[in-house]
Design a protein around this ligand. Structure first.
Ligand SMILES: NC(=O)c1ccc[n+]([C@@H]2O[C@H](COP(=O)([O-])OP(=O)(O)OC[C@H]3O[C@@H](n4cnc5c(N)ncnc54)[C@H](O)[C@@H]3O)[C@@H](O)[C@H]2O)c1
Length: 248
C-alpha cells in the first residue's frame, strides 16, 4: 500500500521508540521522512539503515532553530512538508512536591514548546500541502498519574494547543490530531524499571491486558491520521491504549 505516496514527513523523536516505528511505517507507505532527535549517533545510524528516502537532523527539539533546520532540510531534500509528527518528549518522574521548576522546564521545552515551534515553523508548508499534523499526549495526563506532574501538565497543554490550532487551520485544509499511546518502548522500559508498581498497575487496568506494540498497534493509527483516510477528522484525541481510557 502506498497511502502516503510522495508525502514529505517530519517526525520528531524518530530515532527510537514509537517515533522510529512511525518513520518506518511512513516510508513503507511511500513517504519521504526527516527524523529529528537529540540522540545523534542513534539517529544517524537509523537514517543510514533506512536509505535514501530518510534523512536525520540532530538536536534538542525544544530549540526553535532545530525546528527551522528540520523543516528546511525536509524542504530542500524532499519538498514541502505535508505530514508533521511531534513525538519527542523528555520528562522527570517524582512526587509533585519534589519537582522543581527545572523539572517542569524539561517537559515543557521538549513537549509543549517543541509542538508550538514545529507547528509555527511548518505552517507555510502545511498550508501549501493541506497537511496533517499528529501530536502526542498521554493517558498519564488524562488520568492524573502520580509522579507525572510536569509531564502531565505538558501533555495536557499539548492537547489544548492541538485543538485550538485544529480549529484555526481547518479552513485551510490542515488537520491536527493527537494520539495518546500505550506502547512498550525503550522509554517505557526505563520507567518500568524505576517504578515497577506503577508499571504493574498500568498493565492490570488495561482491558486488553498488554502493552501495545509501536509497529503493530500505534504506527497504523498514525498512517491513518497522516493519510486522506482521516480527511474529515481534526482536533481529536485518539486513545491507542487497549481501551484503558474511554474519552467521552
Ligand atoms: N510509550 C508509551 O507507552 C507512551 C505513553 C504515553 C505517551 N507516550 C508519548 O508518546 C511519544 C513517544 O513515546 P516513546 O515511548 O516512543 O518515547 P521514547 O522515550 O522511547 O522515545 C522518545 C524519543 O524522543 C527523543 N527525545 C526526547 N527528548 C528530546 C528532545 N528534547 N529533543 C530531541 N529528541 C528528544 C529521544 O531521544 C527518543 O528517541 C512521547 O511523546 C511520549 O510522551 C508514550
Amino acid at each position: 500500500m502506498t497511502r502516503l505516496q510522495d508525502r514529505v514527513a517530519v517526525v520528531t523523536g524518530g530515532a527510537g521508540g514509537i517515533g522510529r516505528a512511525l518513520v518506518e511505517a511512513f516510508l513503507a507507505e511511500g513517504a519521504t521522512v526527516v527524523l529529528v532527535d537529540q540522540a545523534i549517533e542513534q539517529g544517524e545510524r537509523v537514517a543510514a539503515e533506512l536509505g535514501d528516502n530518510a534523512a536525520f537532523v540532530g538536536g534538542d527539539v525544544g530549540d526553535r532553530a532545530v525546528a527551522e533546520k528540520a523543516i528546511g532540510v525536509a524542504a530542500e531534500k524532499f519538498g514541502p512538508v505535508s505530514v508533521l509528527v511531534t513525538c519527542a518528549q523528555g520528562s522527570v518522574q517524582k512526587p509533585f512536591l519534589e519537582q522543581s521548576l527545572e523539572d517542569l522546564e524539561v517537559s515543557m521545552r521538549s513537549g509543549l514548546q517543541q509542538t508550538w515551534n514545529f507547528l509555527q515553523v511548518a505552517h507555510p508548508h502545511l498550508q501549501q500541502t493541506r497537511g496533517s499534523v499528529i501530536t502526542f499526549a498521554s493517558g498519564a495526563g488524562l488520568d492524573g498519574m502520580p509522579t507525572q506532574a510536569s509531564y502531565a501538565a505538558a501533555k495536557e497543554a499539548i492537547r489544548g494547543l492541538s485543538r485550538t490550532v485544529a480549529s484555526e487551520w481547518a479552513r485551510d485544509g490542515i488537520r491536527v490530531n493527537t494520539i495518546c499511546p500505550v506502547a512498550a518502548t525503550e522509554g517505557v522500559q526505563a520507567w518500568a524499571e524505576a517504578f515497577p508498581d506503577a508499571y504493574a498497575k498500568t498493565v492490570a487496568k488495561n482491558p486488553m491486558g498488554r502493552w501495545g506494540d509501536p509497529r503493530e498497534d500505534i504506527a497504523p493509527i498514525a498512517v491513518f491520521l497522516a493519510s486522506d483516510d482521516s480527511r474529515y477528522m481534526t482536533g481529536q484525541t485518539l486513545m491507542a491504549d487497549g481501551g484503558t481510557q474511554k474519552l467521552r
